[in-house]
Design a protein around this ligand. Structure first.
Ligand SMILES: NC(=O)c1ccc[n+]([C@@H]2O[C@H](COP(=O)([O-])OP(=O)(O)OC[C@H]3O[C@@H](n4cnc5c(N)ncnc54)[C@H](O)[C@@H]3O)[C@@H](O)[C@H]2O)c1
Length: 268
């Protein structure tokens, strides 16, 4: 689907080296935006930058640990030096760790909250001045269906994702007067390296069977593709959603709309 929705824009994609973030790098570049992306994985960053540059796009990757305030501040200073402004920020960094309140140690709790939540706070803190320099723009934070309904054994991850939805509302209210919209997306299961790691942990011999089973838990009958989330992010970052701020958009194949208990006469 060709479009020029982001023509002339400068988009920052945090977590752009893999999965949903990587799809956002592609979709925003294909929509006409220059893209600055970052992630902690240098090899993935280099490969994606090379691939996108060879396709003729203006895309630059940077390696950093986004849970460090100093690193994020230095990164956005560099982006400001190179571009002068930013029109959209996509926050897609995330890690998954498993445990209940009793089996999650303090270090794991801190790691998940720092990488999943604090990184988004820091990216917003240091990108907003550049969005202001653009005369306004949009921010999209990637939360999760786990923010709204939880599995067992994911207490830290779920806490971070719920906080992202609440933080998004606070940011939306803070920055609406300046023409900066802030929204979140809540994906269901999406076929990315993160999901495949979880599937392998459940069944090392047949992760595809796990992913197919998860797919059946989504009314659409399959897990999502990274670009299906990136397209929803593109909508929230573009002028098509000019009156939308502070909302969370489910991109979950209907997963959170369904109850697992069958009703009488249900032949499905
Ligand atoms: N895949 C799913 O099913 C799913 C579902 C709901 C929400 N999400 C969320 O979507 C986002 C993207 O997940 P994904 O599935 O694409 O995962 P992924 O593992 O493919 O990508 C995560 C990205 O975050 C980067 N990253 C991790 N720690 C970092 C750090 N400290 N500093 C900088 N970068 C760091 C990684 O390098 C990678 O580029 C995450 O926030 C995740 O929680 C994913």
């Amino acid at each position: 689907m060709e479009n020029t929705l982001m023509k002339g824009g400068v988009t920052v994609v945090a977590g752009g080296g893999s999965g949903i973030g990587r799809a956002a790098v592609e979709v925003f570049a294909e929509s006409g935006s220059a893209v600055e992306f970052c992630s902690v994985d240098a090899a993935a960053n280099d490969a994606l930058e090379t691939q996108m540059t060879e396709r003729g796009f203006d895309v630059k990757g940077t390696t950093l640990d986004a849970s460090s305030s100093a690193a994020v501040e230095a990164y956005l200073a560099e982006v400001g030096h190179r571009r002068g402004r930013v029109s959209a920020l996509v926050n897609s960094i995330g890690i998954q760790r498993y445990g209940t309140s009793e089996t999650t140690d303090d270090a794991t709790w801190d790691e998940v909250l720092d990488v999943n939540l604090k990184s988004m706070f820091l990216m917003v803190k240091f990108t907003v001045p550049l969005i202001r320099a653009n005369g306004g723009g949009a921010i999209v934070n990637v939360s999760s269906g786990q923010a709204l309904a939880s599995q067992r054994n994911v207490v830290a991850y779920t806490a971070s994702k719920g906080a992202i939805v609440a933080m998004t509302r606070a940011m939306a209210v803070d920055y609406a007067p300046e023409g900066i919209r802030v929204n979140s997306v809540c994906p269901g299961s999406i076929d990315t390296p993160m999901l495949r790691t979880s599937a392998r942990a459940l069944n090392p011999d047949d992760p595809d069977a796990v992913i197919a089973e998860w797919g059946r838990a989504h009314p659409i009958g399959r897990v999502g593709r990274p670009r299906e989330v990136a397209n929803a992010i593109l909508f929230l970052a573009s002028e098509l959603s000019s009156f939308v701020t502070g909302t969370d958009l489910r991109v979950d194949g209907g997963a959170l709309s369904a109850q697992p208990m069958a009703a009488p006469e249900d032949k499905g």
